[in-house]
Design a protein around this ligand. Structure first.
Ligand code: ME8
Length: 534
């Protein structure tokens, strides 16, 4: 039986579930925020949204980490899981369903999923030899490893080329999944749409792997080696491979197994992952879903990584940033804005305290809040006669000084949307800030503070037009910033008295803001929105 499709208005965004062998760092924070921005942006377009998050707690990596710490495995997991749960709240994630793979209902769902694969004939037992990386929880072939000296220990050893992690030779009897049978269907799926794997560099990478050929996948480990996981149903001597277990979370979080009911939100509309785990999400996961007869995700969004000092972040080098500390120091929305603006989808971003401060000072305080303050009635001492008057003033006067800004404001929403739709939020916001810079130039040139002193009716009319442009620039930029800096953008919209019902994406249209007679007074307080940081 095929599953009935979910309602088209439902929009499901997933975060990867994080390993509980260490505390969250700024890279995890980025994934979390990016997923939240995508979800909020969909919500602004009237979608009913769901986000999943959680922790990946089984497998050898966690088992060994708990052993090293001399701790009970589950309480070890709980301690770190809680830190990732805290991160959701600290990042102001809009309502995520948080799942732990040690939850009993998830463990039952994994066993069910396994049985479906067995029933449909995609699991068999076989000899497996290969190189295993505990850190990556992945098998590698001879071609995917190299012998070299580990610079941190000076010892020779074998390492995975792609991740740089040490590997060990393993030869054992495992259950295997007939991944190779899905090669052609996977290629068709990816080639069938430009977008199922984004960005293109990752899409090409996945197609190249598939074209080179795929082997069947080892999906269990002998219990003697791996105890911490879900036992293979009917064979306690084997434990289900942690990645199969982990990937199933995206279904369990929506109530899998569904039986005769249809899922509410599955399949995911966007699955946010880092570029390090593309193979698992763009090859194994869709193949497992095809095998189980379940619908495929609409899109895998693989973002680039954060470096520090242009180097891969690593605890041993000491170049890891703690997101909780950074939020404390810069304020959440400033950090969210910096990560989204500077963080890449295709290209790596470099995390630096100086750059966070520059974004805060130049963009948020210098362009956005500054423009809002410059056109505010308290500063100018002008009484606004309802916003409708501003729009009418615009109809009457076409002034050559307005042409550039007029065109930019008119084009901005569609241009930004085409980038936002690809989750290129940083680039879309770049356009909004270009327009804010032009709006600041425009207000400097037109000097409303001089116009306000004149009693000439023409000058008074001109004042209304100038204010109209500035307020529209603030309004459009604030609406576009809502997914990224929800708290501050809402406060700006309060400041310019935009009704809460007019903060949807459809309201981001030049001139659309002031059709209802607005209030006569702008709220104070915009100057302290992005206070000076040390
Ligand atoms: O891979 N820059 O968990 P994980 C940006 N449990 N993002 C980064 C990053 C960096 N430097 N480092 C990590 C796992 N990330 C599995 C996932 S999903 C079914 C199972 C982000 O704790 C990025 O999203 O190692 C990456 O994919 C994720 O954290 C990996 O987190």
């Amino acid at each position: 039986p095929t599953l009935r499709e979910k309602d088209t208005n439902k929009y499901f965004v997933t975060q990867p579930i994080f390993y509980v062998n260490s505390v969250p760092h700024i890279g995890h924070f980025y994934t979390v925020v990016l997923a939240d921005v995508i979800k909020r942006y969909a919500g602004m377009q009237g979608k009913s949204t769901k986000m999943s998050a959680g922790t990946d707690e089984h497998g050898l990596k966690i088992q060994q980490a708990a052993e090293r710490a001399n701790r009970d495995t589950l309480s070890f997991c709980t301690q770190y899981s809680n830190r990732f749960r805290d991160l959701q709240a600290a990042a102001n994630v809009d309502n995520a369903d948080f799942i732990r793979t040690t939850d009993p209902h998830h463990r039952q769902a994994v066993a069910h999923f396994w049985n479906v694969l067995v029933d449909r004939g995609f699991i068999y037992k076989g000899e497996h030899s290969g190189w295993y990386s505990v850190s990556d929880e992945a098998f590698y072939t001879e071609l995917q490893v190299e012998e070299r000296v580990d610079p941190s220990t000076d010892k020779r050893g074998m390492f995975a080329i792609e991740s740089g992690q040490p590997v060990e030779w393993v030869s054992e009897v495992n259950y295997k999944f007939k991944l190779s049978e899905f090669r052609n269907r996977l290629i068709e799926w990816i080639e069938g749409s430009q977008d199922v794997i984004y960005p293109e560099i990752r899409r090409n990478e996945v197609l190249a792997w598939l074209r080179a050929g795929v082997d069947d996948l080892s999906v269990s480990r002998p219990r003697s080696r791996l105890k911490w996981g879900v036992p293979v149903p009917g064979d306690d001597e084997h434990t289900i491979y942690v990645w199969v277990d982990a990937l199933v979370n995206y279904a369990t979080v929506d109530g899998y197994p569904w039986g005769d009911n249809k899922p509410s939100f599955f399949p995911p509309d966007v699955q946010v992952v880092g570029k390090d785990i593309v193979r698992f999400h763009a090859v194994y996961w869709p193949a497992l879903l095809m095998a189980a007869g379940l619908p495929l995700p609409k899109r895998i969004l693989a973002h680039a990584h954060w470096t520090m000092g242009s180097q891969k972040m690593s605890k041993s080098k000491g170049n890891v940033a703690d997101p909780f500390e950074a939020i404390e120091r810069y304020g959440l929305d400033t950090l969210r804005y910096f990560m989204i603006r500077n963080g890449g989808i295709a290209d790596d971003g470099d995390y630096s305290a100086d750059e966070v401060l520059v974004r805060h000072r130049k963009d948020l305080a210098g362009q956005l809040a500054n423009l809002a303050a410059r056109c505010s009635s308290e500063r100018l001492g002008v009484k606004l006669d309802g916003f409708a008057a501003l729009g009418q003033a615009l109809q009457r006067d076409v002034d050559s000084r307005d042409i550039t800004l007029h065109a930019l404001l008119t084009e901005l929403p569609d241009k930004a949307k085409s980038l936002f739709d690809k989750s290129e939020f940083g680039r879309g916001l770049g356009l909004a800030f270009d327009v804010l810079a032009e709006a600041n130039r425009h207000i400097t040139e037109n000097e409303p503070w001089t116009l306000v002193k004149s009693s000439d009716p023409q000058q008074q009319a001109r004042l209304q037009v100038v204010l109209f442009y500035s307020l529209e620039a603030v309004r459009l930029a604030s609406i576009m910033l809502l997914p990224t800096i929800p708290e501050k953008a809402n406060r700006l919209l309060d400041h310019i008295a935009v009704d809460t019902s007019e903060r949807q994406w459809v309201n981001a249209r030049f001139g659309a803001g002031w059709q209802t007679p607005g209030p006569k007074q702008l709220l104070p307080g915009v100057a302290t929105l992005f206070p000076k940081l040390a």
